[in-house]
Design a protein around this ligand. Sequence first.
Ligand code: ADP
Length: 305
Amino acid sequence: MKSFVMGIDFGSTTTKTVILDLKGKLVASCVESQGSISAEGSRASMAGALAQAGITQKDIARAVSTGYGRRMIEVADQSYTEITCHARGAIAMFPEARLVIDIGGQDSKVISVTGDGLVQQFAMNDRCAAGTGKFLEALARAVQVSVEEMGALAMTSTERLVVSNMCATFAETEVISLLAEGKSKPDVLGAVHAAIASRTAGLVARVGNRNPIVMTGGVAKNHAAVHYIEQELRAKMLIAPDPQIAGALGAALFALDEVAKPSAELIDEEDVVDEAMSTASGCATQPCKTAPKLPANERLLIGPM
Ligand code: ADP
C-alpha cells in the first residue's frame, strides 16, 4: 500500500528529504551533507528519511524533487524549481508570511507571496557566493572556526567593523587583514554577518519589503545571520524549528496534491520559471518584472503541516 509521499531538495551543499503521510502529516525528515553535488548525498538523505519512517521506496506513492540537482533524482516522478517549492514549504510552515528569505549554500532568494499563497515576485542570486552560505563557509575557514560556531561567536562582538567586499575571495583577504591588525574573531565575524545582512536587504529591496517575513535555508540556523538581517530590515523573522527542510516540504506537498488529484494536468513549469530565473540571477540581480506564470496546479495552496 503506497501511503506516503516524498519531497527531495537536492541542494548545492545538502540534500533534504521529507516524507508525509497521505493526510499531510510529516513522518520523517533527513538532512544529509554532501561535499559537492553527489548522488551519494541524496541517496543517503532519502535512505535516512525512509529508515526514520520505517518504510521503503515501494511505500512512496509519489516523489517530487527540487533544488540544484533535482534532475538527478531518479525516483522523482516530477520536479519543480526551488522558487516554487521553497515558497510552498515556507508558507506551509507560516501561513501568515508574505515574504520568504531563503539563504542556502550557493544561492540566496527573496520571494514575495500574496495573501492566497501565490508567488508574486522573486529575486535570486545564484551566480556568485556573495550573501550565501558559501560566503559564510569561506570566512569561517579564514577565521578558523566552524560554520556551526561562527554565529555564536559573532553574537559576542563588541566593536563594529566593516567588511566591504561581497566577493568571498576579496572578503577573505579583508578578514585576514583585520585579524592581522589585531581585531578579535567575534568582531571580524560580526562584520561578516553584517555584510551578508546588507546583501540580503538589497535583494529584499528589489522585491519590496513585506511582513511577516519567514526565513528558511541552512543559514537560518545561524543565529547571528538571523540577528543581523533582522536589524537591517528592522523586523523580526519567523523561523521554523528546521528551516532547512522548507524546499523538501514544499516538494512533498506538491507530491501530495498530485496523489489527491491524479488527473491534474502536469505542466512542466521548469522552462517558464528557469527563463524568469535566468533574468533574475547573477551578482547584479534584477527582480523579474512579471512573476513567473505558474500553472494552475502549481498554486501555492497552503498545505497541512
Ligand atoms: P543548499 O540547499 O544549497 O544545499 P542549505 O539550505 O542546506 O543549502 O544551506 C547550507 C548552508 O547553511 C551552509 O553553507 C551553512 O552556511 C549553513 N548552515 C547549515 N547548517 C548550519 C548550522 N548548524 N549552523 C550554522 N549554519 C549552518
